[in-house]
Write a protein that binds this ligand. Structure first.
Ligand code: ADP
Ligand code: ZN
Ligand code: ZN
Length: 812
């Protein structure tokens, strides 16, 4: 990769890509001490303005730049962190998503946690002289002498000195005044971890109750849950910081067991692999063929809910391993639970690495190393897992490919699913996009022959798809004269379900108790101070909460605008549904799952686990409960307000509603017992609702595609959302106007909508305007976006003022 093979003189300069908005590398000179060890793809610490920054070497050369290059300060990696194929993937992402390369590279490497910023004190030359004299003469200033003595031996951090020497603070100030010490900021890479000698093994026993554990203990528990089995304590030290201490504390709490080292026996409590049915077998063979022949092929695995996609994934991974190739499985953010991880450990043992954003920096670094060294050849990860340096990658699987969490909603705004396809092409690997409700884009790619379509149209063992009833809530209101959360039909079904000792899930798309608070006298709706969104009443917490920025305020006694006390609460949130269920079905055990009850990955698993174990009869929740779960005893699913999403000012509103309803309905009747679904709506005629009820993807696809074609939305045009934001409204308008001016008249091949107020015009104290830019030519779109970014740079806009979102998933 480097242009300088070992037998040539080593290079004088390196070009470094830094995580800054300026979209070009910076040239530094290489110090003699480590010039021969520098490599493309390794990180370096370099001075940048007044700061030090970590960047990545993207080129080594001998061409002196026009201005004198500053020396690079430290080499942080002895081996390149990214190989040439990942570097070229980075370049592709930077170009496609209009993002600075340095920011892309930073996103791709998990190691920022490894480098710690430090301040080190060292003696200056005069300080060194003084030290010699003072130390010879042993003068009166004892503290100062002690410090000089220590610093004479080696530079060290101020905090260490303060701890080590009593009264160091004052003495240091004196030394500093005399110019004898200097402070250097730098970074320290972690020392290789000390290995505790304990010959003990740790084993996960049970999950903690509600108690708050200290951080180290939490991390260890999370690790042990994701890595079932028995672990040597000394080795755990390598993965989890302070594992020994934490393990002993956890053992005292009875959450883990510590046993003397003995040959490990990992009992296989998990079920053996299933025999593939005919559809599964056909899907397997299609993809396996591509793995064998080493060609790039992209597949859409379209399998209805409960068709057994996971088993196909597992077989394919086995197949890749059999051909000595690595495999990568991406799952949605919320889908990577200990249970899923456990399945993979069970099949593939210690060849598995898990990459989860909830892991600590050290843990991620360790996994990354195992993957790069080839020790782990099966990687299961969330979005950024697509960058895992898997050796000889032969297979990438993207489960629930339509899931929104694959799109990163901050720079670089890449879609992990689409990046997967590009990566697979580069590695000549097979890529499988799996879903019961494929995104329009993916399905269209299959139609056009870009992807190969593989279908699994039936549930496992020919179990029937659930029976879905649409309940027209307008009709319900006319008949009952009551505005109720639950229709009569759904209430009766819930009652019957409880009596049969089966379980039900009730999905509601909003959390909180009431979704907005308004004044009956003047009509004022209470909004967030920072955002243009209404606040939601959270009854139990006795406060109004902004679901965007987290702002909270007490419930007002009177209207803030007209002082009337006719405040009322509208709309229904998950908290209210939970309360109503408790009233309607007094004996039933109700659990709730939404962002209020689930603050970490653990809560999510705890609630699901308890529900799966039958500790609850009913589970109420937001879309969190719609995803991927396989709970056999769930025979009823109620979609309380099926269509709230339809009103969103977003061209994907129908698609998202269809996906949510279909996925949620798919939770019912996955076991031996048939499933029943009630879908309450005020839009019973809408095609998204009708098609979801009929579980008719093909029909939905056809209708939706027609709409997209008519409106020239993706997949019929390349789309970008250009957002301009500023804390002052006039400024935001002015900047948006500038962009608007550059695009007026619209350049050839480009269609521009806006500038207009964004659907959420104010967010986190910033005013927002947006322009939607469409083009039938992706390249043309890309050029225009490049032009806009250059404009912002030349006009010295603040780094956050311009947001360019290519292939946006949400326009809010
Ligand atoms: P999907 O992800 O397609 O919705 P899952 O992969 O969760 O479906 O599979 C649904 C259920 O069917 C799981 O409980 C799984 O263990 C089971 N299953 C998968 N394949 C088979 C098979 N060949 N025979 C019997 N059961 C199977
Ligand atoms: Zn009022
Ligand atoms: Zn807010």
């Amino acid at each position: 990769m480097s242009e300088f093979p070992p037998d040539l003189p080593s290079p004088l300069f390196c070009d470094v890509s830094l995580p800054v908005p300026l979209d070009r590398p910076f040239t530094y000179s290489l110090p003699d001490a480590w010039r021969h060890r520098a490599s493309v793809g390794a990180r370096v610490l370099v001075p940048f303005g007044p700061r030090k920054m970590t960047g990545m070497i993207v080129r080594l050369h001998d061409t002196a730049p026009a201005v004198v290059a500053k020396p690079a300060e430290r080499l942080l990696d002895e081996e390149p962190l990214l190989d040439s194929s990942l570097l070229s993937l980075a370049r592709w992402i930077a170009a496609y998503y209009c993002s600075p390369l340095g920011e892309v590279l930073r996103t791709m490497t998990p190691l920022s946690g490894e480098v710690r910023k430090t301040k080190t004190l060292a003696l200056t030359d005069s300080g060194r002289d003084a030290a010699r004299q003072l130390l010879l003469g042993a003068s009166s200033e004892e503290t100062a002498v002690e410090i000089l003595r220590l610093l004479e031996a080696r530079p060290m951090s101020a905090s260490y000195l303060l701890k080590k020497v009593k009264g160091a603070d004052a003495a240091l100030k004196g030394l500093d005044k005399r110019g004898w010490v200097s402070e250097e900021s730098g970074v320290q890479t972690k020392d290789p971890l000390r290995i505790a000698s304990a010959r003990l093994r740790a084993e996960f026993e049970r999950r903690p109750e509600a108690v708050k554990l200290p951080k180290a203990e939490r991390e260890l528990i999370a690790y042990l849950e994701l890595h079932p089995g028995s672990h040597n304590l000394a080795q755990l030290e390598e993965h989890v910081r302070n594992a020994s201490t934490a393990a002993r504390a956890l053992a005292r709490r009875g959450l883990i067991a510590l046993r003397p080292e003995a040959p490990a026996v990992l009992a296989g409590s998990m079920r053996p692999p299933h025999r593939l049915n005919a559809h599964q077998q056909a899907a397997f063979e299609a993809v396996a063929g591509a793995i064998t022949t080493h060609e790039f092929v992209a597949f859409l695995l379209h399998g209805v809910t409960g068709s057994g996609k996971t088993e196909v994934y597992l077989r394919l991974i086995e197949e890749a391993l059999r051909h000595e190739r690595g495999a990568l499985l991406l799952v949605p953010e919320i889908g990577l639970t200990p249970q899923v991880a456990g399945q993979f450990f069970h099949r593939f043992g210690d060849r598995v690495a898990i990459l989860h954003s909830a892991f600590s920096g050290m843990e991620r670094v360790e996994q990354w190393r195992r993957i790069r060294s080839g020790a782990a050849s099966v990687v299961v990860g969330t979005r950024s897992g697509v960058f895992a340096p898997v050796q000889n990658l032969g297979l990438i699987i993207v489960d629930e490919e339509h899931d929104q969490s694959y799109k990163q909603e901050e720079n670089p705004r890449y879609n992990g699913r689409d990046v997967s396809v590009v990566r697979a092409r580069e590695c000549r690997a097979a890529v499988v996009l799996g879903s019961a409700t494929p995104s329009l884009e993916t399905r269209y790619n299959a139609e056009k022959g870009k992807y190969r379509l593989v279908s699994m149209p039936e549930r496992i063992e020919r179990r029937p798809m659930p029976e879905v009833h649409i309940v027209d809530m307008r009709q319900e209101f006319l008949e009952t004269k009551k505005q109720a959360t639950f229709s009569r039909a759904l209430s009766e079904a819930v009652k019957a379900c409880i009596e049969r000792r089966e379980q039900a899930m009730l999905l509601l798309n909003r959390r909180g108790f009431s979704t907005f608070v308004a004044c009956r006298s003047c009509g004022e709706r209470i909004e967030c101070q920072n955002c243009a969104v209404t606040l939601t009443w959270h009854k139990r917490d006795k406060r109004l909460l902004c679901h965007v920025c987290g702002y909270a305020e007490p419930v007002p006694q009177a209207c803030p605008k007209c002082s009337s006390d006719h405040i009322y609460f509208l709309g229904t949130g998950s908290e209210k549904v939970e309360e109503e269920l408790n009233q309607l079905f007094p004996g039933a055990r109700v659990a709730r799952m939404d962002r209020d009850t689930v603050t970490g990955r653990r809560d999510y698993e705890n609630i699901l686990h308890a529900f799966r174990d039958g500790d609850f009869d009913l589970l109420v929740g937001t879309q969190m409960i719609a995803k991927g779960h396989d709970i056999p005893n769930v025979t009823l699913v109620g979609l309380v307000n099926a269509d709230v999403g339809l009103g969103m000012p977003d061209f994907r509103a129908a698609e998202r509603t269809f996906q949510l309803l279909t996925q949620a309905a798919g939770r019912a009747g996955r076991g031996e017992l048939p499933g029943l679904v009630y879908l309450q709506t005020i839009n019973p005629e809408h095609y998204a609702v009708r098609c979801a009820a009929a579980q008719d993807y093909a029909k939905f696809y056809e209708k939706e595609l027609e709409f997209r074609r008519l409106m020239r939305y993706p997949p019929f045009a390349a789309l970008a959302n250009v957002l301009v934001r500023h804390p002052q409204q006039e400024e935001a308008m002015r900047l948006a106007g500038e962009i608007g001016g550059l695009l007026d008249p619209a350049p050839e091949g480009i269609k521009v909508l806006g500038p207009a107020e964004a659907p959420v015009p104010k967010l986190k104290r910033e005013f927002r305007y947006q322009l939607l830019i469409k083009s039938s030519s992706r390249q043309r779109l890309n050029e225009i976006l490049g032009m806009l970014r250059r404009h912002a740079l030349e006009q010295k806009w603040s780094a956050t003022a311009l947001v360019v979102d290519v292939d946006p998933l949400t326009l809010l």
